[in-house]
Write a protein of this length. Structure first.
Length: 387
């Protein structure tokens, strides 16, 4: 019979190996403990304590996989960890940490759509924390979460969002008196992204702080990544995006006082569907001729919709039969951009979820050809990862 107590002892043995730097040896022992926990859950699937203990093991296992360069395996472990704890009554801070851990693992494995959405979902769990009170409860935790999200956004989302998160995280970490690698990374990101965007004053400020606090840190080369504002303005210039008034609403100044630091803060959740119907024709038009523009616009609108969906935005839910097909069409256009690799597997996952929801809502038959095409893409690019 599987035994939870034995699984916990085995977990502790693996932790000792990992602490000594023997991550490969630890992984073998983690696998043994994981098998024991699976056996326990096969007998008692709703045992809260076993699920929490197993989730803790998976977090450690993911760290060991990461240490030996097994980024796919780390992602699988983090994903299963989140699945195990979903629905359990656990602290919001713990749930946020699990989502941001998954976001970082997804970013490392190239699953960028998942990465950005999970980072935002994690931060949304901390939205009650006051970001202006260093002595307040949860302040340091929020600062760290923002810093980690900034790194994810840098790889997976709008650079303007990444720099807004990096700036605020840096301010909070300094206020908390925390000179850690997170602060160093935020300052490096801020200096590089402000430079790339042509904001030399802000860039000098971040670079000066970096040099003063981390004199050994290497500066980050300014990236050439595309912002959502630039993508929408380019699309408008080509006549593909017809509502220029939306650009200012979706893309506030990333260096201003109201700079959004999360996807959810970019606009009111009710505005996500408006953005969708403005963006979808542009993405369809641009997908083959300007794939980078199409990806930036579609991914950012997708992130907004995911955020609105998490907040159970009324219009999106009540009128999903109207909004869902446009959402599906926008993401399906990205299948024509010629991209390859894990990002397409991630896209297939998003499409599968939308197809299932459209089926549940009995979407109009006129959209059936689109759903059939999406299901074909999903089948060809289905996530084949196994635990």
């Amino acid at each position: 019979m599987p035994n939870r107590r034995h699984a916990r002892r085995t977990h502790r043995d693996a932790q000792k190996l990992a602490a000594a730097g023997n991550h490969r040896g630890a992984l073998a022992v983690y696998a043994s403990a994981a098998a024991e926990y699976r056996g326990c859950l096969a007998v008692s699937p709703d045992d809260r304590a076993t699920r929490i203990d197993f989730a803790d093991l998976l977090a450690d296992r993911a760290a060991a996989h990461t240490a030996v360069g097994e980024i796919i395996e780390a992602y699988v472990a983090q994903r299963e960890r989140l699945e195990l704890t979903t629905g359990l009554d656990i602290a919001r801070t713990d749930r946020a940490a699990a989502r941001i851990d998954l976001a970082e693992a997804a970013a490392r494995s190239g699953r960028l759509l998942t990465a950005a959405s999970e980072a935002d979902a994690g931060l949304s769990l901390l939205e009650d924390t006051d970001p202006t009170d260093p002595a307040g409860p949860g302040f340091a935790g929020l600062a760290a979460a923002l810093a980690r999200a900034a790194r994810v956004y840098y790889r997976a989302a709008d650079p303007d969002l990444a720099v807004g998160a990096a700036d605020q995280a840096a301010r909070m970490l300094i206020a908390a008196g925390t000179d850690t690698d997170l602060l160093r990374d935020c300052l490096r990101l801020a200096a590089a992204l402000h430079t790339a965007a042509g904001r030399p004053g802000h860039a000098r400020g971040a670079a000066s702080l970096l040099a003063a606090r981390f004199p050994e840190a290497e500066p980050l080369a300014p990236p050439t990544t595309l912002t959502l504002r630039a993508a929408l303005e380019a699309a408008a210039g080509m006549g593909a995006f017809l509502d220029r008034g939306l650009i200012a609403r979706l893309c506030p100044d990333p260096a201003g006082r109201r700079a959004p630091v999360t996807i959810s803060a970019r606009c009111d959740p009710a505005f996500a569907a408006v953005a969708l119907h403005a963006a979808e024709p542009a993405v369809v038009t641009l997908a083959r001729v300007h794939p980078n523009l199409a990806w930036r616009i579609a991914s950012e609108v997708h992130y907004l919709l995911m955020a609105a969906d998490r907040s159970t935005e009324r219009n999106l839910h009540l009128n999903f039969r109207d909004h869902g097909p446009a959402w599906l069409a926008m993401l399906m256009a990205l299948t024509e951009t010629g991209k390859q690799g894990p990002i397409m597997t991630d896209l297939a996952t998003a499409l599968a979820d939308l197809c299932e929801r459209l089926h549940t809502r009995h979407a109009a038959s006129e959209h059936e050809p689109l759903v059939i095409a999406a299901n074909r893409f999903v089948e060809a690019n289905r996530d084949k990862l196994r635990r």
